[in-house]
Write a protein that binds this ligand. Structure first.
Ligand code: GLA
Length: 384
């Protein structure tokens, strides 16, 4: 893939580019907990966006290999462009560098990859982190990984309009082969856990749908959680986020809360506990216990957090009669995208075939299945 991008660059712009590879991510468990200062357990995967970058003349010139679209903009005219949604993730990165007092000289960029878009595998974080990392390499900008992650997140907030947490950008930068990373989104402390997959494989089933609710409902969930925190904090000023709350604290104020707000908070508090438990179970190599936690996570996301959809629910439900599936749940923001499944290696083919059939008979389309492995984070592959 990097060869195709590099060749396209030479054909289109000429010269010898710097090449960056930026991965998508999965999340084993810990959903909608990152913006609640809680725990997540993501990993970078073997699906990437590749970038070819070189200094340019007067403008920023971008070419999307997948969409076959070019976009040119004068450096001091940067602002979000609603007509080209893909370019906003990239312009957002430049704008965030500018905010930090770093002027980005003109450059040329070709990019493309194999992360399915809208599937919940964070192609957007891969775009943001890939360009941010690549520009740092190209123009010798000194930036720490933690700052680069915040910069990429800023691009998503201000140029894509999604008030995302830190998980996706973190996983893209800190991915480690064969490992998931448990991140404390409050302290930013993290620990790697080997996901021993001798007998299992991670399989994603893509519903193929992205409901229009995704963006607006995401921001609403954030606000509902904040409302919950405000109510719980009336009794204890030290409480700053749902991470600081226990189930008991929530019960004590339940009568003062709308049922929806209670449900959202209840889910988040329990999900944080599940991530901690999953870490213990991974350490003890009790993979089937991790699988049970994944099913519990899905139940909460469906019933209490209400970010699932019939397509995701069916994919999870179909695994219940599959003895080869250890765990299954919806993954990412929700309202479409993928489920993540731990499947016994010897059963993968049969499971994929039966689940595809079951899904097809209800929704009249075959879900794409992706077998993924856990890989290194964003990387410069070659520098001229
Ligand atoms: C999206 C966001 C992440 C996270 C997940 C839900 O992927 O970008 O920050 O909130 O949804 O866990």
């Amino acid at each position: 893939m990097t060869e195709i991008i590099s060749e396209e660059f030479v054909k289109r712009f000429g010269g010898e580019p710097l090449i960056v590879r930026s991965p998508g991510r999965i999340n084993l468990i810990g959903e909608h907990t990152d913006y609640n200062a809680g725990f997540v357990m993501p990993a970078a995967i073997n699906k990437y966006i590749a970038f070819a970058l070189a200094p340019g003349k007067d403008n920023y010139r971008f070419f999307s290999q997948d969409l076959q679209e070019e976009y040119t903009i004068v450096p001091n005219k940067i602002k979000p462009d609603p007509k080209y949604p893909w370019v906003n993730y990239l312009l957002g990165v430049i704008a965030e560098y500018n905010k930090r007092g770093v002027e980005i000289p003109p450059f040329d960029c070709v990019f493309g990859g194999n992360i399915p878009i809208g599937a919940g595998l964070s192609s957007s974080a891969a775009l943001e982190c890939g360009l941010a990392y690549g520009l740092a390499g190209l123009f010798n900008i000194e930036i720490k990984d933690e700052e680069l992650i915040l910069l990429a997140q800023g691009a998503e907030h201000h140029y894509a309009g999604v008030m995302c947490g830190i998980m996706d950008q973190f996983a893209c930068v800190y991915g480690k082969q064969g490992h998931v990373v448990k991140l404390d989104c409050r302290s930013m402390e993290y620990d790697y856990f080997p996901l021993s997959m001798d007998d299992y494989q991670l399989v994603l089933f893509d519903t193929g749908v992205k409901h229009s609710l995704a963006g607006s409902e995401y921001n609403t969930r954030r606000e509902e959680c904040e409302e919950g925190v405000r109510i719980i904090a009336r009794g204890d000023k030290h409480i700053k986020s749902l991470r600081d709350c226990t189930l008991d604290m929530l019960e004590n104020v339940a009568h003062n809360m709308k049922k929806t707000v209670y449900d959202r908070c209840h889910y988040v508090i329990e999900e944080n506990l599940r991530v901690e438990r999953a870490a213990e179970k991974l350490k003890a190599k009790e993979i089937s216990a991790v699988g049970e936690l994944m099913y519990a996570s899905h139940n909460g996301l469906r019933g209490e957090y209400e970010v699932s959809c019939p397509e995701l629910d069916l994919l999870v439900e179909l695994t219940l009669s599959e003895s080869g599936v250890i765990g299954s749940r919806m993954m990412g923001g929700g309202f479409g995208g993928c489920t993540i499944n731990i499947v016994e290696k010897s059963q993968v083919e049969a499971v994929v075939s039966r689940i595809s059939k079951g899904y097809n008979s209800k929704f009249n389309c075959t879900p794409q299945a992706h077998v993924v492995s856990l890989e290194e984070g964003v990387k410069i592959i070659s520098k001229p």
